[in-house]
Design a protein around this ligand. Structure first.
Ligand code: PLP
Length: 395
């Protein structure tokens, strides 16, 4: 892989995006957008078909019962389409929240007028199988549970296996927001039983933004006609129309689909989900080791660190200023991501996109030079962060 990603990339006059999507894409992916497609034309219909089968092929042996429904919009549109289409109007959803995306899913459910209850674990504590079993055991009205696969706001990899087991054992249905995980982490329904999940073009498949996709059991979709609260976010209607005509209901993001097919090809060439996940894990390992060597501390202990994005505490040294750090890192070619913790200052560095070990080593070196330039003597976090950290260590 290292040999395939030149540094600095000759086609990039822009910084690397160390963000969880949009992210740095390959030249080939961008180049695939340099022609126009007619949305009704047979060539584009074939592309839509390849896109749907290409995504389902990533599920693994348990994928035969599933359908893929691509829809226009960003990831949040897909979360709303999934809930609105698959949660019955008289159903009740338990949302497992430990960050911004869980809370957004709960708010989405409220806004569309469906019944929802939330297990809110705060900024980063993982929802565990045993507590899910206890909550659904005590509330027979709960029909569905929604879990966030990787909660991108802290970077935690939530324990979807044990959650799926608890939900299945209680006879309820699991919906997964796998936005920032699908394509890099396995999601085979033969291993992890679920009703449906959603993801989007611009995360681990390394496409550009413009559409997302719902992957759902066929029987769940078949029973969902007329249920959605919204015309444009009705995943059943989108599916039925695509099955009948091969087309999207409304104007499709043609160039984005072309880019995505190229991205899928590169995903396959890298060794599929296992290959992609291995590169991201190596990116994370190099990043975390390098940043720790500079004195930085991660929010999460190693076993909860996803290979997607990592949260670091800001240093306590008064000479450190995140806005200045951000600008200096950008000038050196790297766009970082601000933190989302409520209690302490933090920032995040993504490990996904067309980046590799060489890039990650360069990020760490840029951080070292920037700290020296800012005259930050130590990157060690403040006491409040260390308190969070020791709480995280009990996970
Ligand atoms: C990116 C992401 C989303 C969708 O966010 P958009 O800004 O609407 O694309 C949802 N959930 C998770 C976990 C994400 O990482």
């Amino acid at each position: 892989m290292s040999a395939e990603i030149p540094f600095p990339p000759p086609h990039l006059q822009e910084p690397y995006l160390l963000t969880p999507g949009p992210l740095t894409t390959a030249y080939e992916v961008k180049a695939a957008m340099l022609r126009d497609w007619g949305s009704w034309d047979g060539d584009f219909r074939a592309m839509t078909r390849d896109l749907r089968t290409g995504i389902l092929a990533l599920l693994g042996p348990g994928g035969g019962e599933y359908e893929c429904v691509p829809m226009q919009g960003s990831g949040s549109y897909l979360v709303e389409a999934m809930i609105g289409t698959l949660l019955p109007r008289d159903g009740k959803l338990l949302v497992l929240a430990n960050g911004a995306y869980g809370l957004r899913a709960a708010e989405t459910t409220r806004r569309i007028g469906r019944s929802v209850t939330v297990l809110d674990k705060g900024d980063y504590l993982p929802p565990r199988g045993a507590e899910v079993a206890q909550i659904v055991g005590g509330d027979p009205d709960i029909t569905h549970v929604l879990a966030i696969h990787c909660e991108t706001s802290s970077g935690i990899l939530n324990p979807v296996e044990e959650i799926a087991e608890a939900v299945a054992a209680a006879g309820r249905k699991l919906l997964i927001d796998s936005m920032s995980a699908f394509g890099a982490l396995p999601l085979d329904p033969a291993e992890i039983p679920y009703e449906a999940f959603v993801s989007s073009a611009n995360k681990c498949i390394e496409g550009v933004p413009g559409f997302g996709f719902l992957v759902t059991r066929r029987d769940a979709l078949q029973g969902a006609a007329g249920r959605a609260h919204s015309l444009s976010l009705d995943a059943h209607a989108q599916w039925a129309y695509m099955e009948k005509t091969g087309q999207w209901r409304f104007t499709p993001p043609t160039h984005v689909v072309a880019a995505f097919l190229e991205a899928l090809k590169m995903h396959k060439a890298e060794g599929g989900v296992a290959g992609r996940g291995a590169r991201y894990a190596r990116n994370r390992d190099l990043l975390v080791a390098g940043m720790r060597a500079l004195g930085f501390e991660t929010l999460l202990p190693d076993r909860w660190l996803s290979p997607i994005i990592t949260t670091f505490f800001c240093p306590a040294d008064p000479a450190f200023d995140f806005a200045r750090f951000y600008e200096a890192m950008k000038a050196r070619g790297f766009i970082l991501y601000p933190g989302k913790l409520t209690a302490v200052e933090s920032f995040r560095i993504g490990c996904i996109g067309r980046i590799d070990a060489t890039v990650m080593r360069a990020v760490v070196e840029a951080a070292r030079v920037t700290l020296a330039e800012m005259r930050v003597a130590s990157a060690a976090p403040p006491q409040a962060a260390l308190d969070e950290r020791s709480l995280a260590d009990t996970l």
